[in-house]
Design a protein. Structure first.
Ligand code: A3P
Length: 296
């Protein structure tokens, strides 16, 4: 693991955020997204996880990593997640993607308008995970407090407003999901919701492995399922982000594997916030059918 390099990278970065085309990004973002968009060549055999932050990205990544090793956990237990499935939009991740050989597997939080153009004409397979944005808001409020390369929320009330305005890392949830949902119906796209994963993990993993064209034996499927429980991932230092350098994350303030439940927003939102959220949701998502019946 090239920890020192990652630490050096984070140390050189401002502890706030950067704006690009009206969207707030963590300072780990590539300085030149335009070149990425124009020059990165997506390959037909690439597999990409795309999501708005806090949707369950790491969960899906872990599931796909384990599908790819046919349930053998040794890889997810020995290599940190950001090296197994690098980030497209960071220079650290991009370097790793370029070194991946066959059947590359990488991840991105980029809104659709920033994505490499070649992707849209390739057969690269994309799994996009959606989650109830109210739970995303709560998860992000806790998580971003600890991340040193973006703006940190001071209060839940303040962060609630930022979220509705889209003034949060990777911009508005409504725009992100609305933008990517345009890809619905394409055969190289799978939309899956955090809530359906919760409700039926076995059926969801089967759906993902079928989409990826990997047939798992019952024993292999059992092993995937065993290694992607909330507790298994929380206990796995290669997957729970606890090894991220302190220069990137203050581990005393938050952790990735916080609660892992559906509906935690009900413990955080006031009645007024819930009503305000519903109003904005209805306005922004008018005409956009949900990705899944349980996804919003
Ligand atoms: P909470 O903060 O609500 O607990 P991302 O990976 O996109 O950053 O999303 C993180 C969220 O996914 C966190 O939500 C985390 O607990 C949840 N998560 C990650 N792995 C999970 C798992 N195996 N089971 C359930 N939830 C999981």
């Amino acid at each position: 693991m090239d920890q020192t390099k990652l630490e050096r990278l984070a140390l050189g970065m401002a502890r706030d955020h950067v704006w690009m085309e009206g969207i707030s990004f963590p300072t780990t973002i590539l300085g030149d997204l335009k070149s990425l968009q124009d020059e990165f060549v997506a390959r037909d055999e690439d597999v990409i996880v795309i999501s708005y932050p806090k949707s369950g990205t790491n969960w899906i990544k872990e599931i796909i990593n384990l599908i790819r090793t046919r349930g053998d956990p040794s890889w997810v237990q020995s290599v940190v997640s950001w090296e197994r499935t690098p980030w497209l939009e960071s220079s650290f991740g991009l370097e790793l993607i370029k070194k991946q050989k066959d059947a590359r597997f990488y991840t991105s939080h980029l809104p659709v308008q920033f994505f490499p153009k070649t992707f849209f004409t390739s057969k690269a397979k994309c799994v996009y995970i959606v989650r109830n944005p109210r739970d995303i808001l709560v998860s992000g409020y806790h998580f971003w407090k600890a991340v040193k390369v973006t703006k940190n929320p001071d209060s839940f009330e303040g962060y609630f407003e930022w979220f509705l305005q889209g003034n949060v890392p990777f911009g508005s949830w409504f725009d992100h999901v609305g933008g990517w949902l345009q890809m619905r119906g394409k055969e190289n796209f799978l939309f899956i919701s955090y809530e359906e994963l919760h409700q039926d993990r076995r059926a969801s993993v089967e759906k993902i492995s079928q989409f990826l064209g990997t047939k798992l034996s019952p024993e292999q499927l059992d092993s995937v399922l065993k290694n992607v429980t909330f507790q298994a991932m929380k206990d796995n230092n290669m997957s729970n982000l606890s090894l991220l350098p302190d220069t990137l994350m203050d581990h005393s303030k938050a952790c990735l594997m916080r609660k892992g439940i559906v509906g935690d927003w009900e413990n955080h939102f006031t009645v007024a916030q819930s009503e305000a959220f519903d109003k904005v949701y209805q306005e922004k998502m008018a005409g956009i059918p949900p990705a899944s019946s349980r996804g919003s």
